[in-house]
Design a protein around this ligand. Structure first.
Ligand code: A3P
Length: 313
């Protein structure tokens, strides 16, 4: 096994040395693989999952760009899929003492062997074109959560600042906006990522459900019902009357999750502090961080990238 791991690491290194690279905003290069940009450790996870991840027809794959509502989607889908096991009594619900990321592993995080519930729920930031083949070949379902690029960018900025202040010394927000617009951000270009999944959701609506963070914030009941229907576990009228839908939404709300001890003081297996995943969750909150000029730079890129696509954020 060790030999296989050593061989895999060597293959990754060889591949990386042949890929285009770009200086990133933290003290590391990003590598461009199949059109998207990754730091080396994440790229290794992507390559590993392409080689080893075996999706089953019953699997559920939650996809997003970083900081676009991943944590919330994980909580909601976990709660709705397991609502018959865990909602009553609520006191023993796994979401009360586990961060959503501990319940729904990232497939590129080398932890996909740890899921033992059924159906299995996984998540990923991998772009459509680079997903492990078994996700496309099986009839597993994909839910994609998208967010407006300015809010997603601002969320990335605050997340990186809270996690890795030291490595970011010397990086200005101007530099980071320009990298983001150039596409050179982790799992970027952000727009290509969203567009590919959006197109797939149009062409293959039974396979991919495309959800906007903003719409889910505004109408959580409608969207949670729609996600449940898409996943083949619609809420019954009785469940809705009995408040099951509302209690899932309340359980998974930013207000509720962010106050739990596990999310205020906890750490993930990779050492990340769980509190970094909960901030304001606002729509249009970017305006307190981006100057009008920087906002315009992102808007211009959005306009160029979406031109002729039929898609709007
Ligand atoms: P802000 O930084 O704008 O507040 P991700 O989960 O993909 O890392 O995205 C993080 C963003 O989702 C953060 O946005 C965070 O506050 C918001 N968020 C986290 N949990 C949430 C929840 N339960 N409901 C709504 N938004 C949530």
């Amino acid at each position: 096994k060790l030999l296989a791991e050593a061989k895999f690491s060597q293959e990754c290194e060889e591949l990386m040395s042949s890929l285009p690279k770009d200086r990133s905003f933290f003290a590391e290069y990003l590598y461009q693989y199949q059109g998207f940009w990754y730091p080396p450790n994440i790229l290794e996870g992507v390559l590993y999952s392409q080689k080893h991840f075996q999706a089953k027809d019953s699997d559920i794959i939650l996809v997003s760009s970083p900081k676009s509502g991943t944590t919330w989607l994980k909580a909601l889908v976990f709660a709705l899929i397991h609502r018959h096991e865990f909602l009553t009594p609520l006191e023993s619900h796994p979401l009360l003492d586990n961060n959503p990321h501990s319940l729904v592993p990232f497939i590129e995080g080398f932890q996909f062997h740890t899921q033992d519930t059924s159906p299995k729920i996984f998540s990923t930031h991998i772009p459509l074109r680079s997903l492990p083949a078994s996700i496309k070949d099986s009839s597993c379902k994909v839910v994609y959560c998208c967010r407006n690029p300015k809010d997603a960018f601002v969320s990335i900025w605050h997340f990186l600042k809270s996690l890795m202040l030291k490595e970011m010394v010397g990086c200005t927000i101007e530099e980071m906006v320009s990298g983001f617009c150039r596409g050179s951000s982790v799992y970027g270009p952000f727009w290509d990522h969203a567009l590919e999944y959006w197109k797939e959701s149009q062409e293959n609506p039974d396979k991919v459900l495309f959800v906007m963070y903003e719409e889910m914030r505004e109408q959580p009941r409608d969207w949670v019902m729609r996600i449940a229907e898409f996943l083949g576990c619609s809420f019954t009228e009785e469940e809705i009357e009995n408040g099951v839908l509302d209690s899932i939404i309340k359980l998974c709300s930013l207000e509720n999750l962010s106050k739990l001890e596990v999310n205020e003081k906890g750490k993930l297996v990779n050492g990340m502090e769980t509190k970094a995943f909960f901030r304001k969750g606002e729509i249009g909150g970017w305006s307190d961080t981006l100057t009008p000029l920087l906002a315009e730079e992102i808007d211009k890129t959005t306009e160029q990238k979406l031109f002729g696509s039929g898609f709007r954020f």
